[in-house]
Design a protein around this ligand. Structure first.
Ligand code: FAD
Ligand code: SF4
Length: 477
């Protein structure tokens, strides 16, 4: 069997002093060699691992034929933003885990599994360079107007699908910029902003209008949108509200939620200070609490800020379980470690302590062992008696989960929510309990992945299109 083609990455020491992209992607020669490893299985199972069922065998075949435009169109049939997913998809749990080269039942993909995500990125980047992205639109639904609430991956995907049918789409976004978590959460060294801006421009080419600084539920209600002539509304509100540890000292200065910390850096560009006037202080010692992608992003950002401001880097991730249970992508854990982030595993923070000025100075933790599985199926951390210890910290970042933002649903009681505040939908059509209001992404079922959010948005768009086609038929009778 031919050799796995490893993707090139920027040097760990150099890259951790900048916000430049870490994973450099395949050259054409490398992509052809990696695509050539695909066995073109008679009954491929890899697509079953992709939440939207990209026809992986087919697009890889087109790469081997150097027909990159056909490869791109194949991916785009299911995935609207391949350049984004090729960079952020947790492929080791998804498509690569279903590749025939991964042993059945293995928790993550084997090293030998085809690097499907890097091939997807190669094709998308090649087509992006040539400026070929938008598939032809069909004007059948011109005259209809749909409001999309939220410009994250779910909203962007739904908008693109509808606009291709000639629907007039207006995206209302609460923040001053587009992209949702893709812009304010995921740092540019994982997802360069040119890639995101390219996709936003593609939407604009389809005549999608984007209105920033507009909170639906405050600036206008859903009811008012219908009164203004919108035929349907799609809610792509995300899960933007951070959970907190609820331990003593949490209100001290220097204790951030990961959302606030990452937003200050990624959206307000603290790393370009003094060019941008929004610095964020990191200090000598940073602790980040959590084991997901958000924790890895916050730690890698903090470490970069320490290095860029000339400090000796000291950033530590505190996590209650072991590395096996960490929900973060394996690659992000590896990259964080290579760059110098330290890991304190099986550790539970108990309290923060501060100085006279009210700034955090240390965190008290207890060591744990793993007990019986909890409701999530993961083994529950159990604190060890007498194991408490303290660590210095000038900044602490809590990255322990996100939940639904209820601004819109609280003022729209006709939209049913569950006990977590997530919107309840029909799983086939993604319609909510309020007629002609659809939802998808993290606001349905909580924190997920970018491709899952897009999969739901595509389902909702399909249902909206079917409904509008019926209305058009009625109009013509
Ligand atoms: P969001 O991206 O949250 O977008 C929702 C948008 O709606 C926001 O822009 C918000 O401002 C806007 N909004 C909310 N309410 C209103 C309102 N009332 N009016 C107007 N606008 C409103 N997934 C991966 O697949 N791979 C990764 O590597 C990865 N890394 C991540 C790193 C971080 C730090 C975080 C936080 C998440 C990460 N995820 C990752 C998860 C992924 O980003 C989410 O699953 C995805 O962004 C969800 O998309 P969405 O469109 O539903 O919501
Ligand atoms: Fe794999 Fe994500 Fe592409 Fe699906 S969209 S094939 S999961 S990289």
């Amino acid at each position: 069997m031919s050799k796995v083609i490893k993707v090139k990455e920027a040097d760990a020491e150099l890259r951790s002093r900048s916000f430049e992209e870490v994973v450099l992607g395949y050259t054409e020669e490398e992509a052809l060699a990696e695509a050539g490893r695909c066995l073109q299985c008679k009954n491929p199972i890899c697509s079953s691992g992709c939440p939207v069922g990209v026809d992986i065998k087919k697009f890889i075949y087109y790469i081997t034929q150097k027909d990159y435009a056909a490869a791109y169109q194949t991916i785009r049939e299911k995935n609207n933003f391949p350049a984004i997913c090729g960079r952020v998809c947790p492929a080791e749990y998804q498509c690569r885990n279903a590749c025939v080269f991964t042993k059945k039942g293995s928790p993550f993909a084997s090293e030998k599994a085809i690097n499907i995500h890097y091939l997807e990125r190669f094709v998308a980047d090649a087509c992006m360079k040539q400026g070929t992205a938008v598939t032809a639109s069909r004007p059948e639904l011109s005259g209809f107007k749909v409001a999309v609430v939220g410009a994250g991956p779910a909203g962007m995907c739904c908008a693109g699908e509808l606009a291709r049918w000639g629907v007039k789409v207006v995206i209302f976004e609460g923040l001053h910029d587009t992209g949702g978590v893709l812009r304010y959460g995921i740092p540019p060294f994982r997802l360069p902003r040119e890639v995101l801006d390219f996709e936003i421009n593609e939407l604009k080419k389809l005549d999608v209008e984007i209105i920033p600084n507009f909170i639906v539920g405050r600036t206008r209600s859903v009811k008012e949108l219908f009164a203004e002539g919108f035929h349907a509304v799609f809610l792509g509100l995300g899960a933007g509200i951070p959970s907190f540890l609820n331990i003593p000292g949490e209100n001290l200065g220097g204790v951030y939620s990961a959302n606030e910390f990452l937003t200050r850096v990624n959206l307000m560009k603290a790393y370009e200070f003094p060019k941008c006037h929004t610095p964020v202080e990191v200090g000598r010692h940073v602790v980040v609490i959590g084991g997901g992608n958000t924790a890895m992003d916050a730690a890698r950002v903090a470490l970069r800020l320490q290095k860029m401001s000339g400090l000796e880097p000291d950033t530590t991730i505190l996590y209650r379980r072991t590395e096996m249970e960490m929900p973060a992508r394996r690659l992000e854990i590896e990259h964080a470690r290579e760059e110098g982030v330290k890991f304190e595993l099986l550790v539970n923070p108990k309290a923060f302590f501060g100085d006279k000025k009210g700034r955090v100075t240390k965190v008290r933790c207890a060591r744990c062992e793993l007990g019986a599985p909890d409701v999530s199926g993961r083994r529950r951390p159990v604190e060890l008696a007498g194991s408490e210890f303290e660590m210095e910290c000038d900044v602490a970042v809590e990255a322990i989960g996100l939940k639904a933002n209820e601004i819109l649903t609280k003022v729209t009681p006709e939209i049913k929510v569950d006990k977590w505040g997530d919107v309840v939908v029909d799983s086939q059509t993604m319609e909510t309990s309020l007629k002609n209001v659809f939802a998808g992404g993290d606001i349905v079922g909580g924190e997920g992945t970018v491709i899952e959010a897009m999969g739901m948005a595509k389902r909702a768009a399909r249902a909206i299109i079917d409904r509008l086609l019926m209305e058009r038929k009625e109009e013509r009778k």
